[in-house]
Design a protein around this ligand. Structure first.
Ligand SMILES: C[S@@+](CC[C@H](N)C(=O)[O-])C[C@H]1O[C@@H](n2cnc3c(N)ncnc32)[C@H](O)[C@@H]1O
Length: 194
C-alpha cells in the first residue's frame, strides 16, 4: 500500500459514484415533480458538500495542495479506507436501485412517488447518507492531509445536518402516518443505533 494507490482508490470511489448516479440523474430529469423544497439554501448546501467530498480532495490528489497540511501516510489506516470505500460504493448502488424513480439529488417528491421501506431502507431511513458518511470517512483514511482528508466530513456533515430534518418533514407532509410509523421502527443512519 502506497500513497499513490490510496489516491487512486479515492479517484475510483468518485468515478464509481458517478457511474452509479448518471442513469438516475437522467431519469429524474424526465420524471415530473409534484412537490419541491429546492431553493437557494439547498443549492448552497449541495455546493458545500461537493467542495468537501470532491473539489478539495481532487485538487490535493492532482497537485498535493495544501502540502503544509500533509501528515505521515499509514498503510494500515489506508487499508481500512479501502474497505470503507468499497462498502460505500455497494451502499450507493443498493440505495439508488431501491429508490429508483423516487430518487432526487435534492428535496423533491415525484408524481406517483412511493415510500420505499424495503431492502436497505428496511432498518434505516437514510442509507444513501450512510454511504456518503462512509465516503467521507474513507476519504479521511485514504488521503494523508488534514484539509483534503477531513473536508468531506465537514462538507457532507454540513449538508446532512441542515437537510435531514427538512427531508423528514417533507416526507411526513407527503406520506403522513405511513412515514410516522416508518420513523418509529427505523434509525436514521445505522440500524438500531443512530
Ligand atoms: C438524495 S435522496 C436521499 C434519500 C434518503 N435520505 C437516503 O439517504 O437514502 C433524497 C430524496 O429521496 C426521497 N426519499 C427519501 N426517503 C425516501 C423513501 N424512504 N422512499 C422514497 N423516497 C424517499 C425524497 O423525496 C428526497 O427528495
Amino acid at each position: 500500500m502506497t500513497p499513490t494507490i490510496a489516491k487512486a482508490v479515492f479517484v475510483f470511489l468518485a468515478a464509481g459514484w458517478y457511474v452509479i448516479r448518471v442513469p438516475h440523474a437522467r431519469r429524474s430529469r424526465r420524471t415530473p415533480i409534484s412537490r419541491s423544497a429546492r431553493g437557494m439554501r439547498e443549492i448552497v448546501l449541495l455546493l458545500i458538500s461537493l467542495t468537501g467530498l470532491g473539489i478539495l480532495p481532487f485538487i490535493y490528489v492532482v497537485t498535493g495542495f495544501p502540502r503544509i497540511a500533509s501528515h505521515p501516510f499509514q498503510p494500515a489506516v489506508a487499508g481500512m479506507g479501502i474497505l470503507l470505500a468499497i462498502g460505500s460504493l455497494i451502499m450507493f448502488y443498493l440505495t439508488h436501485r431501491a429508490l429508483g424513480r423516487n430518487w432526487s439529488v435534492t428535496l423533491e417528491v415525484r408524481e406517483r412517488h412511493k415510500l420505499v421501506t424495503e431492502g436497505v431502507y428496511e432498518r434505516v431511513r437514510h442509507p444513501m447518507y450512510t454511504a456518503f458518511w462512509m465516503w467521507a470517512l474513507a476519504q479521511a483514511l485514504l488521503l494523508p492531509n488534514w484539509v483534503a482528508g477531513f473536508s468531506g466530513m465537514i462538507g457532507f456533515g454540513t449538508l446532512y445536518f441542515f437537510r435531514v430534518g427538512q427531508e423528514e418533514r417533507l416526507m411526513l407532509d407527503t406520506f403522513g402516518d405511513q412515514y410516522r410509523a416508518y420513523m418509529a421502527r427505523t434509525a436514521r443512519l445505522v440500524p438500531w443505533i443512530l
